[in-house]
Design a protein around this ligand. Structure first.
Ligand SMILES: Cc1cc2nc3c(=O)[nH]c(=O)nc-3n(C[C@H](O)[C@H](O)[C@H](O)COP(=O)(O)OP(=O)(O)OC[C@H]3O[C@@H](n4cnc5c(N)ncnc54)[C@H](O)[C@@H]3O)c2cc1C
Length: 297
């Protein structure tokens, strides 16, 4: 039960000088310490007594966490300490990743985005994370430092359940790399919340589309869904419909129906399972129609 008299408990605060020191401390204090960036998720959970820790490890001084850079062959790298507002204002992000700007700007308020990070959004592993869909359809890869050094984890293999990831004690996500979007790529993020400011999504639909000679239809669409399963995920069966059949209003409606049939959401305070299913169908159709219109005009 949520603490009726919330207050932030006393904690040890660490700002390690090196990645090795940070990973070692976290591994030695597994279950008692966590890394943090903006704190907009973990401070709330600590305050409410939902998360219990003895120490927090600040990642903002660690090598690579302040980086935001674009390389025309490698793509965009966003460090764990880069706030959402910094991302949305970056000229290369605006030019090459407008869908990420849209997703980032759908999160709560400008004030919150001054602290909140995309890596924190990902590591929090909420099924409702607003920036996760865009990172999934762009095939993001996480750069992770652990006790054995650096390794890469594709985002699509990262989530194991609500609030759960494949990260091991000592692991710190340093950054995410988003490959260069395919040529001609356009996209949209549809977020349904109870209000337009500061609420988590009831349903979130990310759609990206681009011309592709590898698809029978001549186009490839990618669809990621949020808040309708234990983890955000890519609706691959719905995507396949649009690769295999000529893209028309009917094909789009069929793909949206397949997306709806592929989910088994839960009832919660923000919406019923039934409502979520219908909203997935409607918003997927709406998003696909918008992306198709952008691709063909
Ligand atoms: C009022 C309010 C409104 C919100 N609205 C939205 C919304 O509309 N959409 C939405 O998606 N979210 C929303 N959130 C949730 C939150 O703001 C986001 O998830 C945010 O992106 C978290 O980033 P952060 O840097 O603050 O994470 P933190 O709180 O610092 O960390 C979040 C989690 O990730 C882990 N973590 C952080 N950094 C790392 C790292 N480098 N390596 C490994 N683990 C790490 C932490 O241990 C923690 O478990 C809201 C929160 C509040 C308080």
């Amino acid at each position: 039960m949520t603490n009726p008299h919330p207050g932030l408990p006393e904690l040890e605060y660490l700002k390690p000088a090196s990645l090795a020191e940070a990973s070692k401390f976290l591994a030695d204090h597994a279950g008692q310490a966590r890394p943090f960036a903006g704190g907009t998720d973990c401070f709330v959970r600590l305050r409410d007594g939902v998360l219990k820790l003895n120490a927090l490890v600040d990642v903002k001084g660690l090598d690579g966490t302040q980086e935001i850079s674009f390389d025309p062959s490698k793509g965009l790298t966003i460090g764990a300490a880069v706030t959402m507002n910094r991302i949305a204002a970056h000229p290369d992000v605006i030019k090459y990743y407008p869908n990420l700007v849209e997703a980032v700007n759908s999160v709560a308020s400008y004030q919150l985005r001054n602290r909140a990070t995309v890596i924190g959004n990902i590591c929090n592993a909420s099924p409702a994370g607003d920036t996760i869909g865009t990172c999934l359809v762009l095939e993001g890869v996480l750069n992770v430092h652990g006790v054995a050094g650096m390794r890469q984890i594709p985002l699509k293999t990262f989530f194991t359940g609500p609030g759960k990831t494949v990260l091991q004690p000592g692991d710190i996500v340093i950054s995410i790399t988003l490959p260069v979007p395919p040529k001609g790529c356009v996209g949209v993020y549809k977020k349904l919340g109870r209000n337009i400011i500061s609420d988590l999504s009831i349903v979130g639909v990310t759609v990206m589309g681009y011309p592709s000679s590898e698809s029978q239809s001549g186009y490839r669409f990618k669809i990621a869904l949020a808040s309708v399963a234990p983890t955000p995920f890519e609706a691959v069966q719905a995507e396949a419909v649009l690769s295999e059949k000529k893209v028309t209003a009917e094909t789009i409606a069929e793909a949206a129906q397949v997306a709806m049939d592929s989910i088994n959401p839960i009832d919660d305070v923000r919406g019923s399972a039934r409502y979520r299913k219908y909203m997935v169908r409607n918003l997927t159709r709406e998003a696909l129609t918008e992306v198709w219109s952008k691709l063909t005009h």
